[in-house]
Design a protein around this ligand. Structure first.
Ligand code: MRU
Length: 366
């Protein structure tokens, strides 16, 4: 996507051919800064500290992390150690494990001497595939937006609500939930996005609002608590969110607060769609609530907020009494029955085993 006229992906091989560059997402929207990953440790830290985040981008970073790790050694034992270190960085988004397992199954059968080169090529392939996948999600999702616009008599804008950041910053390019928005806008369909701030880390306020602003898409930031009210008053035509892990039965794990939006959407007959690549489906799982590990992050993410003061200084401020403890689950699970449909690179399907199986039949072996 374009940032002030220059095309960017969220991760790329640096010009030196020896390191990887990312956009440091902990600094947005106040500073746009490119950071360099020169080692496995750098890649792991970038994932853990959320300089990169969003399920597909975590996967792509881990793939490059495997390559960077191989620069220190290429034995089977070392490769397995690299994989373990990366997979342990964040527990919920399954794309991390998916990407690392894909790298391992390609690299382990190869002679050690060819592993580095093969790893670099495969990481690049994972990135290119992600871009194509998200473009396809955009095409399928924009058809849904267009249908709503036609139903509204092509009057006004289609009002879409999204939670967290599932835009191009969360993937290699295009995004998942926002890809349909970009595709619809490119086709001349007027779209307006309600952007949930997404406490505690405010990915909506800091990343989604920044992305949409750069792309010239009409949007308003709303407090996380406002969505239900907007839905009750007919101000939301549809919701589209992303996913960090979706079970084969269609339960969707996504950023904390997604479930509450799905409940409000269900109560107000607002269509609630989830956009995700096939790599976000964990085909081993059937019960999202019981089986998906939910990352718990530092209580300080809840107790403090980061922002820019009037003088342009980025500061961290306490918002609670010093002695107050906090609990910070980073994701929740929306049961399949609250999901109107899944928008994938292969089309839109019901959030069910039958629905996903109809699009990905090769995944249903037993
Ligand atoms: O904690 P984050 O910022 O990595 O969480 C990201 C999300 O929850 C996204 O909605 C999800 O990864 C889908 S990204 C296309």
């Amino acid at each position: 996507m374009l940032v002030d006229g220059k095309a960017y992906r969220s991760i790329w091989l640096a010009a030196d051919g020896k390191t990887v560059e990312i956009i440091d997402q902990t600094l947005l929207p106040f500073q746009f800064q490119v950071a360099r990953l020169a080692s496995l440790g750098d890649a792991a830290r970038a994932i853990r500290d959320m300089q990169v985040r969003g399920a597909p981008l975590i996967g792509a970073t881990a793939a490059y992390g495997v390559w960077l790790g191989l620069l220190q050694g290429t034995t089977d034992a070392h490769l397995r150690q690299i994989a373990d270190e990366l997979v342990a960085c964040r527990p919920t988004a399954v794309n991390l494990r998916w990407a690392v397992e894909r790298m391992l199954s390609l690299l382990l059968p190869l002679p050690e001497a060819s592993r580095r080169e093969a790893a670099l090529a495969e990481a690049g392939l994972i990135c290119d595939e992600d871009v194509r996948t998200n473009e396809a999600i955009g095409q399928h999702g924009s058809a849904l937006i267009e249908a709503i616009w036609r139903k509204k008599g092509e009057q006004g804008e289609v009002n879409l609500l999204t939670h967290c950041n599932a835009g191009w910053l969360a993937t290699v390019d295009w995004g998942t939930a926002l890809a349909p928005v970009y595709a619809a806008a490119a086709r001349g369909i007027p779209v307006h996005v309600w952007v949930d701030e997404t406490r505690p880390r405010n990915q909506g306020a800091s990343l989604t609002a920044w992305e949409l602003g750069k792309a010239g898409i009409d949007h308003h930031l709303i407090a996380d608590n406002a969505g239900g009210h907007l839905m009750q008053h007919g101000m939301v035509d549809l919701c589209i969110v992303g996913s960090d892990r979706t079970t084969a039965s269609g339960d969707v794990c996504n950023k904390i607060g997604t479930y509450l939006k799905a409940l409000a959407a269900h109560a107000n007959q607002v269509p609630f769609y989830v956009a995700l690549p096939g790599s976000t489906v964990d085909w081993r799982l059937r019960d999202g609530l019981a089986e998906i590990p939910i990352e718990e992050r530092s209580q300080d993410e809840v107790r403090y907020m980061q922002g820019e003061d009037a003088g342009g200084m980025v500061r961290r401020l306490a918002i609670a009494p010093k002695q107050t403890g906090a609990f910070n689950p980073a994701f929740d699970v929306t049961p399949a029955h609250l999901v109107s449909g899944l928008i994938t690179e292969r089309g839109v399907c019901a959030a069910s085993l039958e629905g996903l199986g109809s699009l990905f039949p090769e995944q249903l072996h037993d």
